[in-house]
Design a protein around this ligand. Structure first.
Ligand code: AP5
Ligand code: MG
Length: 213
């Protein structure tokens, strides 16, 4: 059983790597971004609230996110381990996660920080195409076999609203202001495992798996 947090800037490859890690270790991939987008699609109250923040690249308030994660971590599939992608993203979220894990008798094993330079992040986000099944493609770096269609499920690919140029800039500002301090936070707890996030998807995945082993 392994409990992991994936840390990294927007476009670092968290979602791409998370899909592979969760398959290999058979643990649920818990992406707060995916949970919010799913609510948005279903038109729930939560989705409508979150949309105002997400579309411009801002963070959704801590209280909302902490509630979502608390509920999700109480589901039985997390008994075999878990992989958090996109949470925590602020110090208050990290502190809340610490308490939640404590309450449910779990412990974090590692916080993997995927490090990628800004200019690469921007290129990755600008060319990203998503499928509703969770798969992520890139028009140049990892195109699907058939243009506009998902290799896994055949679904129609789309571009995220927050992958527009201005929203990408805002997301990076929030990342450096709010999320970057988590590197020191987890460093001090002895949990931080930095991984170079440039290179091929498979190379990065191999580095992450050796960190987990
Ligand atoms: P979220 O969905 O978490 O977005 P993000 O953190 O901005 O990260 P991304 O999903 O954009 O990037 P990624 O690291 O997953 O990269 P990917 O693998 O897709 O959050 C969205 C929004 O929701 C937030 O802005 C906020 O509003 C809200 N939110 C969510 N969680 C929150 C929280 N905890 N608190 C508050 N608000 C929250 O890869 C990117 C691209 O690069 C793809 O095209 C991919 O194919 C390509 N790629 C990946 N790896 C490689 C590689 N090695 N080489 C070449 N290309 C690659
Ligand atoms: Mg993602």
């Amino acid at each position: 059983m392994v409990n992991i947090v994936l840390l990294g800037a927007p476009g670092a490859g968290k979602g791409t790597q998370a899909m592979k890690i969760s398959q290999l270790y058979n643990i649920p991939h818990i992406s707060t971004g995916d949970i919010l987008r799913d609510n948005l699609e279903r038109g729930t109250q939560l989705g409508l609230e979150a949309k105002k923040f997400m579309d411009r690249g801002a963070l959704v308030p801590d209280s909302v996110l902490i509630g979502i994660v608390k509920d999700r971590l109480s589901e039985p599939d997390t008994d075999k381990g878990l992989l958090l992608d996109g949470f925590p993203r602020t110090i208050p979220q990290a502190e809340a996660l610490w308490d939640i894990m404590d309450q449910i008798g779990k412990k974090l094993d590692a916080v993997i920080d995927i490090e990628v330079p800004d200019e690469v992040l921007v290129k990755r986000l600008a060319g990203r195409r998503m499928c509703r099944c969770g798969a992520s493609y890139h028009v140049i770096f990892s195109p699907p076999e058939v243009e506009g269609k998902c290799d896994h499920c055949g679904g129609e690919l789309y571009q995220r609203d927050d992958d527009a140029e201005n929203a990408i800039k805002t997301r990076l500002v929030y990342y450096y202001g709010q999320t970057y301090p988590l590197i020191d936070y987890y460093g001090e707890k002895g949990l931080l495992r930095p991984v170079n996030g440039t290179g091929s998807v498979d190379d990065i995945f191999n580095k992450i798996s050796s960190v987990i082993e």
